[in-house]
Design a protein around this ligand. Structure first.
Ligand SMILES: [Zn+2]
Length: 404
């Protein structure tokens, strides 16, 4: 895929040479290009990291293609836990570290987000480069350095290695299970609230902001919304748009070296739910499925805040900042699509649209609305609502927020 002129400008602004970006190939049949890429690099001992599903989706075929180009292949098939899931936890990390031969030249992550997180951590620790072979357009983190890992049952994001190349085969991505593609769309839909939160964090919190990066992330979001029907059909054109948008959003975060444009209160809710599921030893949900649902809930909350909050009651330094920027924030919230529209977008791509559909009960949503802002030291709308609330936020939202 071609990097946009904006991406090159942004990289230059941050003193990053585009040569340090991963090689990006988003094409039908991209699997067939991996072998020659490895040969060019002089890497002929490859470890393929996959699970039972991604082995069937692409792993076996990639292994055969590489062997035909006389690359020596060692397959690590990650074992599922008692919920039938592979998590980026100690068990998976140790499995890869134990099973990777000492003379390995390159690791290949063949899977969705979790397999990439496991691989990027091991890549850093083993000092072996890794190549991303996504099997679904499911998250915007393929190119990122941050790996959310579950360590001793607690999720934490560790800075690790970015891939040296991404080979996203559209034939594989189009055939991916529908919920994974829908989750990729949900992760992008979250940009409606993350971009607004980034503006709030800048205007009220004095946090770093970059207008070009915001515009580019907005462009990725708008492109996907404009092409929602193709994405829902999962045809080649739609999946290309979705995957390229996810990669672009990821690259913007990589250049800025922080996740603000792509991660606001909707991600904080998602993390809060995830931690609860871990604590109670439940099955994990797809990241993008949670983010999409949370984006609609946060939008609902922000809209009722914008309509009902009496900003003159906001005190202190933060209150002064909020009063100064209130008109602007209020108008920006008003310009967000309604929660109903966001839920309809999710419905159109076959994504879960409500917390009930993903098995998150109202009590947990309510707890997250009141507590999740603690998770990150970021001045989001959710943080401000909690700063100036007169009573606990209830869910389903019904009462007036803030002033009574
Ligand atoms: Zn995300």
């Amino acid at each position: 895929m071609q990097l946009s002129a904006d991406m090159l400008t942004l990289a230059e602004e941050f003193g990053i040479s585009p040569d340090t970006f991963p090689k990006l190939e988003v094409e039908a049949g991209a699997l067939t290009s991996v072998g020659s890429y490895l040969k060019d690099k002089g890497w002929d001992k490859a470890v393929l990291i996959m699970d039972a599903q991604t082995k069937a989706a692409a792993g076996d075929r990639l292994a055969a293609l590489l062997e035909a180009e006389s690359v020596h292949v060692h397959v690590i098939e990650l074992l599922a836990n008692q919920h039938g899931q592979v998590n980026a936890d100690e068990a998976s990390l140790i499995q890869v570290l134990v099973e990777t031969p000492m003379d390995t030249d390159v690791l290949l992550a063949v899977g969705a987000g979790t397999i990439h997180d496991i691989t990027r951590f091991c890549s850093l620790k083993l000092s072996v480069p890794f190549v991303a072979v996504p099997t679904a357009a499911s998250v915007d983190g393929f190119t990122s350095k941050g790996a959310p890992l579950i360590l001793r049952g607690v999720k934490q994001t560790i800075q690790t290695a970015a891939p040296v190349a991404v080979f996203a085969d559209l034939d594989v991505l189009c055939a991916a299970p529908g919920p994974l593609t829908a989750a990729g769309f949900g992760d992008l839909l979250g940009k409606f609230t993350s971009l607004l939160d980034w503006e709030i964090s800048a205007s009220v919190g004095g946090e770093p902001y970059n207008a070009l990066a915001a515009r580019m992330t907005r462009h990725s979001l708008d492109t996907c919304v404009d092409h929602i029907e193709e994405i829902a059909k999962a045809d080649e054109a739609g999946i290309r748009i979705l995957m390229e948008s996810l990669i672009e959003s990821g690259l913007v975060m990589q250049i800025l070296d922080f996740s603000r444009p792509a991660s606001g209160a909707e991600h904080h809710l998602s993390h809060y739910w995830e931690m609860h599921l871990l604590k109670t030893d439940k099955r994990q949900l797809l990241h993008g499925a949670k983010v999409g649902v949370a984006c609609a809930i946060i939008t609902e909350l922000y809209k009722s805040w914008a309509e009902q909050f009496d900003v003159s009651e906001a005190e202190g330094e933060t209150g002064a900042g909020l009063r100064h920027n209130w008109e602007d924030i209020r108008l920006k919230i008003a310009s967000l699509p309604t929660a109903e529209v966001l839920r309809y977008y999710l419905y159109q791509v076959g994504a879960p649209a409500s917390s009930q559909e993903i098995g998150i009960d109202d009590e947990l949503v309510q707890d997250s609305l009141n507590e999740a802002y603690h998770l990150r030291d970021r001045c989001t709308g959710l943080f401000l609502i909690n700063q100036f609330k007169k009573e606990q936020i209830s869910y389903p939202l019904q009462d007036r927020i803030g002033s009574r």
